[in-house]
Design a protein around this ligand. Sequence first.
Ligand SMILES: Cc1cc2nc3c(=O)[nH]c(=O)nc-3n(C[C@H](O)[C@H](O)[C@H](O)COP(=O)(O)O)c2cc1C
Length: 330
Amino acid sequence: MMQSLPVPPLAVAPMEGLTGFPFRRVHARLFGGAESYWIPFVTPTALPRFTDRQMRELRPEINEGFRAVPQLLTRRSQDFIWAAKALAKMGYDEVNLNLGCPAGTVVAKGKGSGFLREPYALNDFLTDIFSADLPIAISVKTRVGFADEDEFDRLCGIYSRYPMKSLTIHPRLKTDQYKGTVRLGTLDRVYASLPMPVGYNGDIVTPADCFAATDRYPNLAHVMIGRALMADPALLRKIRGGPAATLDELETFRHALFESYLDAFGSLKNTMMRMKEYWFYQLSLFDESEKPGKAIFKAKTLEDFETAVRTVMAECPLRTDARMGWYKPL
Ligand SMILES: Cc1cc2nc3c(=O)[nH]c(=O)nc-3n(C[C@H](O)[C@H](O)[C@H](O)COP(=O)(O)O)c2cc1C
């Protein structure tokens, strides 16, 4: 008989363009299973006010029915502080600092993983925000370094000085982007010495991957999952011992997601673009889907798009677990 393993808290990763509110709401309603949904980053500016566009993601009403954790991308402590206070006022109990984004424009400004290159400035920033007596818990999401795994020891020395709610670690370097395999050796080296609750994030695709992580890293604060949840919206349910997604469920899910995007954007073009991004991952839950899947991305009209999706769903065998179809070597 299969023994049921203890399930860690499960967090849905923040992914700009993928886990925005249209996805969060539909996923929470139709599949659920997440302790928290992390909101893709917003960048607070010196003007101490969120823009209307940012508020669309942050409005408490839009995140009702599940626990949402907002994330800030900044290197200016004053901006972090006003934004954290504003988020606390909206009712959020945690705010996350993004120290992982590898995008060129972000890194060039010393933000996201770009901040990892400046340990002194990062330490000053953390001193400022943790001594501001904020009415909200602060957590951090980080990579293991900018260009070299050895950087992580020093970064951990800095993180360990602050009373963060959790440190979520994606064991890649900025220079890896999202390529290659996760650098577990680096995490192995420091894990036992980290004093704060630690979350693991990276390349969890199946329930077995999740349990391998909890086995390797005891007492994880959470396991955070991103891309594989796009491929397989039932992944969290499966980790909890539930069944894999059926074709009917996937059909209902994709229609609800489409409606949710259309409702949010009011534009068919934008909706189709987002649905294509979703299908980039979802194809990995189907075997032999590469060739028929191409028509999905080529589709210019809704009719062509629907025909291509229906072909994949009708002709490609549905898998129980997704493949890591998005893997790229370093
Ligand atoms: C399209 C895309 C957008 C992302 N946006 C964010 C973001 O806004 N904030 C963040 O901390 N990480 C972001 N990430 C990184 C993910 O949160 C996560 O760390 C990464 O995908 C690895 O986890 P996974 O292997 O489970 O997908 C993004 C990743 C992708 C692919």
